[in-house]
Design a protein around this ligand. Sequence first.
Ligand code: SF4
Length: 88
Amino acid sequence: MAKKYKIIYERSLCIGAGTCVAINPKSWELDNSDNKANLFNSKIKEGAADVFELEIDESTLQIEIEAAKGCPVNCIHIIDVETGEQLV
Ligand code: SF4
């Protein structure tokens, strides 16, 4: 079975630098209303006010890692769902 990963995005920390959007516009866009990034198809994390999560697989893992590493305020994280290891 394909390995699963999860993007965890702490939206409240976003400063709208746009690096994630530049690296991976298929997953990220800047919201014109508040100049923070939106992660397409993500869901709000249960019990969290402004944290979003999205499950992905290996097909998009590398580009998502690049986008997460490019974030200047480190508000995008990637977790290995099986092991709980934090990759970014
Ligand atoms: S790279 Fe980080 S700070 Fe910049 S828009 Fe994306 S999430 Fe926000």
